[in-house]
Design a protein around this ligand. Structure first.
Ligand code: SF4
Ligand code: SF4
Length: 399
């Protein structure tokens, strides 16, 4: 085990500036995180700005944490650019609205800190990749000397969990993200896209906002859940392993962890991670954290016919699909525009939300690849993850 398998785990109960200052400072000191910073360096912070949501919704990286990290970097003589490519267009007007909604504009009051204004895209080639040997990415990431990944701990319908590793998907320009779901519809291949992106960009540091996270219908439409921690590491897979453990998940629940481990890049188990700080992992675990889906975790050892039948039966029980909640749908068409498989048409329906247009999405199940982009980008949380009845029962029992 190398020093880079170390993960700093520090208790942090609120987003009060003084509390954040203490907890973030402690977590960064524990892993000597900022020793790479040199005067004149240009540092990109890849935040999670998946959608325009205020900080209290617990969907995006909290601005108080970002503020403190920026201050620490600027004090060391660096300049900082904060950016992300949210779901939707990667254009100045679209992204400015996201910055504003997420409460980031006031961070530019700090001398040396800017919000990204470079909306170019670049071609990337990565021969060693398993999934994305060639791809396009947001050009601002090539304008900076190093990248810091600052994610948010949430559930995720397709990947199980959204945290450090998944956050790198925001390097793909928003409107082209659905194409990657089409190219890699199978969970393992899609998880390898995330691992490839981490290996290609190699952020020097990963920090996780796990003070308030999201449970249930994540990563955008779940419920806020207090977790009470800030974490930092130089290794994304070790860091995600700790975060998964804190919300009651293991390697088989989070495909990115499984793929990283199979590729020899990440730990197989929480016991392989060195946790630093006075906050014990046992105390940091949040009981009964609601998952978005657990169908990925169901595997049976051995190739006997009986086990294969059991595996298929349980997978069917746990099978999930996107389903609109009619009375919450405002008919905005975002799911229709986002769906990479063109599986959604808008139809007139009785019972749609009176606040909306009266149209709701209708999903062609034969085309749907279950990427859950529609669920991720619905602005009002009207697109839900639907379990079949047996799976729902088992899921409730699972907690
Ligand atoms: S309907 Fe939703 S889950 Fe199905 S392919 Fe379209 S966006 Fe993905
Ligand atoms: S389900 Fe959500 S994204 Fe789709 S039309 Fe309704 S409100 Fe809009």
């Amino acid at each position: 085990m190398s020093e880079f398998d170390a993960v700093a785990l520090v208790k942090c109960e609120t987003y009060e500036y003084e509390e954040v200052k203490r907890a973030l400072g402690e977590s960064l000191d524990l892993i000597d995180a900022l020793s790479f910073v040199e005067p004149g360096m240009k540092i990109g912070i890849k935040a999670n700005l998946v959608t325009g949501a205020s900080a209290d919704k617990a969907i995006t990286t909290n601005p108080v944490l970002l503020r403190r990290l920026c201050e620490l970097l600027v004090e060391r003589g660096a300049t900082v650019v904060i950016g992300d490519s949210p779901g939707g267009l990667f254009t100045p007007s679209f992204v400015q609205n996201i910055y504003k909604a997420c409460g980031l504009n006031e961070l530019e009051d700090i001398k040396g800190v800017t919000l990204n204004q470079n909306f170019s895209v670049k071609d990337g080639t990565f021969p060693e990749a398993l999934s994305i040997k060639s791809f396009i990415y947001t050009g601002w990431l090539r304008d900076v000397d190093v990248i810091i990944n600052f994610s948010k701990l949430k559930t995720h319908a397709m990947m199980g969990m959204s945290c450090a590793v998944k956050n790198m998907f925001g390097c793909i320009p928003g409107a082209t993200k659905p194409e990657y779901h089409m190219r890699f519809p199978e969970e393992k291949a899609f998880a390898n896209v995330m691992v490839d992106l981490n290996e290609y960009f190699k952020p020097v540091l990963y920090v996780v906002d796990a003070i308030d996270g999201m449970e249930g219908n994540g990563p955008t439409a779940g419920e806020k859940r207090h977790i009470g921690a800030v974490l930092a590491s130089k290794k994304p897979y070790a860091l995600d392993m700790v975060c998964a453990h804190m919300i009651g998940m293991g390697i088989n629940d989070v495909q990115t962890l499984l793929m990283a481990s199979e590729r020899g890049l990440g730990p197989k188990d929480i016991s392989e991670v060195r946790i630093l700080g006075g906050y014990s992992l046992g105390d940091a675990v949040v009981p009964d954290f609601k998952r978005a889906t657990i169908h990925q975790s169901i595997t049976f050892e051995g190739g006997t016919v009986f086990n294969r039948i059991k595996s298929v039966a349980v997978k069917l029980a746990y099978s999930t699909k996107p389903q609109v909640k009619k009375d919450e749908c405002i008919g905005c068409r975002k799911c229709h525009e986002t769906c990479p498989a063109k599986a959604i048409t808008m139809v007139r329906a009785n019972g749609a939300s009176p606040k909306g247009t009266g149209s709701i999405p209708s999903i062609d199940r034969s085309k749907c690849i279950k990427c859950f982009c529609c669920q991720e980008f619905c602005p009002v949380g009207a697109m839900k993850v639907h379990y079949n009845p047996i799976g729902k029962l088992l899921n409730n029992m699972h907690g």
